[in-house]
Ligand binder design. Structure first.
Ligand code: A3P
Length: 522
């Protein structure tokens, strides 16, 4: 097969800047490069391997996990490997993840000066210094792998083989870049070198001056391809919030059937506290004195969403806000983590008020309808007969440019607010309506909207609607429980199975997925 020329310019980072950076990134002795119009940043060694990596032959049964560093790669690799290998926990335990699922481009981070003693030691003690094997050029490593091959890469999609997505399966994971930055900082302090303080690092980070940056370009490349059938786009925060649901999505994507029991067993295996004690990936033996600069932080470190807050002063918070805004202006990419830590404060309050109206429903079961029902069009939308009288009028309502509609299936809106992260949703709504809001205003509104305040708010809890003529049964208030997954208390086993089938059938022709599924199992 003919070789494809590497399509991007690879430019050396200007000498003075490179020198300044090498003071911090002390594992690099030669310099750095920036690649193509997006200026992806790498140690100079990338230049030697760029075209080889670009030309790696892709096989249809390859599975890649691609991420910006510290976005949950290891977590996802173990998940993907186990799903694809029918939960072979034994082999997963025996063989370190780095061999089952090698890191394609790690060699570009290993400067020859550091690599030399590693190779020497590995000749004397091959079982201890696996790094020499890991540090072979990517093209050599993957050529030696048995199929189906599992490959990890931190390279953005544009720098991987161009036929990758049309041939093999790729799972891409993104994480709130503020959390990824903190995590990458700690990892770099251990391997490769980093500034003494996080703030200095952060200032390089947002200027795109560390390996694999700029992060937004990296993520947007995958986000823009998220509808490709061979790409599964995940957020670290989704794994964190609802691991069983993510396991199911991965299984679907890889064409694997899994029982509920298997899903839960895998979720347990992958949970942070089990994971961090698992020597298959958190093993310091992979280190070598030549590249371990500082043993402060383990590879599997804190595993938190929103931990960045402990590392940002006010100035950095503002800077990050601007940076996020600028970089997300031209995309519909949104990180579910935004303000996630506030979510629990604002949304997890649930309570129960045993009064108020029920949905007006009837016949044998639907007591509020006395005439009959209609079904509309090929989709058979179901209404009381009275819809017939109003359908055309509604269809012809004149629309004004400053009208604002809220459209939902009944009883759905709260799920959105609750599950997603109320302050983040408020910001999205404000952006959408062209309104500026301060952080204080956002939090004040979030407080107003939080369930316990909202349910006591007569203006929205529809007490005025409790006219005896249509209150059939006053058992449940309009704002009832405000829980995600409360349906479980109302479903027997048969109904759960039926619901599962129904979801499956109805979601087969769409990429619509409910973030709430399996939440209660989490
Ligand atoms: P922190 O440093 O914030 O703790 P990667 O594998 O891409 O290098 O990502 C590493 C990050 O994912 C680390 O983040 C690590 O702790 C976190 N992580 C790894 N396994 C995890 C798990 N099972 N649960 C939660 N977080 C996990």
């Amino acid at each position: 097969m003919s070789r494809i020329p590497f399509p991007f310019d690879i430019k050396d980072v200007e000498e003075n800047l490179a020198k300044e950076l090498m003071v911090h990134y002390s594992g690099e002795f030669t310099g750095f490069v920036q690649v193509g119009p997006k200026k992806y940043f790498f140690p100079h060694k990338y230049k030697e391997e760029a075209e080889d990596i670009y030309n790696i032959p892709v096989k249809p049964d390859d599975v890649y996990v691609v991420t910006f560093p510290r976005s949950g790669t290891t977590w996802t690799q173990e998940l993907v490997w186990l799903v694809k290998n029918d939960l072979d926990f034994e082999s997963a335990k025996e063989t370190p993840l780095t061999f089952r699922f090698p890191y394609l481009d790690i060699s570009i981070l290993m400067h020859p000066v550091l690599l030399k003693p590693i190779i020497e030691d590995s000749i004397a003690n091959p079982s201890k210094f696996h790094l020499a094997e890991m540090a072979k050029p990517g093209v050599v490593k993957v050529a030696n792998l048995k199929s189906p091959r599992f490959i990890k890469s931190h390279l953005p999609l544009s720098l991987l083989p161009p036929g990758l997505l049309d041939t093999a399966k790729v799972v891409y994971v993104a994480r709130d870049p503020r959390d990824a930055a903190v995590s990458f900082y700690y990892l770099s302090k251990t391997f490769g070198g980093a500034p003494k303080d996080f703030k200095t690092y952060w200032n390089y980070f947002i200027r795109g001056l560390h390996h694999y940056l700029p992060v937004f370009e990296h993520v947007k490349e995958a986000w823009n391809m998220r509808h490709h059938p061979n790409l599964l786009f995940l957020f670290y925060e989704e794994l964190s919030k609802d691991l069983p649901a993510v396991i199911r999505r991965v299984a679907d994507f890889l064409g694997k059937e899994m029982t509920q029991e298997q899903v839960m067993k895998l979720a347990d295996h992958l949970n942070f506290s089990n994971f961090k004690d698992n020597a298959s990936f958190n093993n310091v033996d992979f280190g070598h004195p030549s590249i371990v600069f500082d043993q402060q932080a383990p590879f599997i470190r804190k595993g938190k969403v929103g931990g960045w807050r402990d590392h940002f002063d006010d100035e950095m918070v503002e800077q990050a806000d601007r940076w996020l805004k600028e970089n997300l202006a031209d995309t519909d990419l949104r990180y579910p983590a935004w303000e996630l830590t506030d979510l629990f404060t604002y949304c997890m309050s649930s309570s129960y008020l045993q009064i108020s109206i029920s949905e007006p429903c009837h016949n044998q079961y639907l007591d509020g309808e006395l005439t009959g029902f209609v079904q509309v069009g090929p989709k058979k939308y179901f209404f009381p007969h009275k819809y017939k009288e109003e359908a055309e009028d509604i269809y012809n309502i004149p629309v004004k440019p400053d009208d604002v509609y809220v459209v939902t299936f009944p009883r759905s809106v709260y799920l959105l607010l609750k599950f997603q992260d109320l302050p983040a949703v408020i910001r999205r709504v404000a952006d959408f309506l062209g309104k500026e809001m301060t952080q204080e205003q956002v939090m004040k509104l979030a407080d107003h909207l939080n369930f316990s305040n909202f349910k006591d708010n007569t203006s929205v809890n529809n007490v005025h609607l409790r006219n005896p003529s249509f209150v059939v049964d006053g058992e449940a208030p309009f704002l009832r429980k405000g829980k995600v997954g409360g349906w479980r208390d109302h479903f027997d086993d048969e109904m759960v199975e039926q619901a599962d089938r129904w979801f499956k059938e109805n979601l087969a022709d769409t990429d619509l997925r409910y973030p709430a599924r399996e939440l209660t199992d989490l």
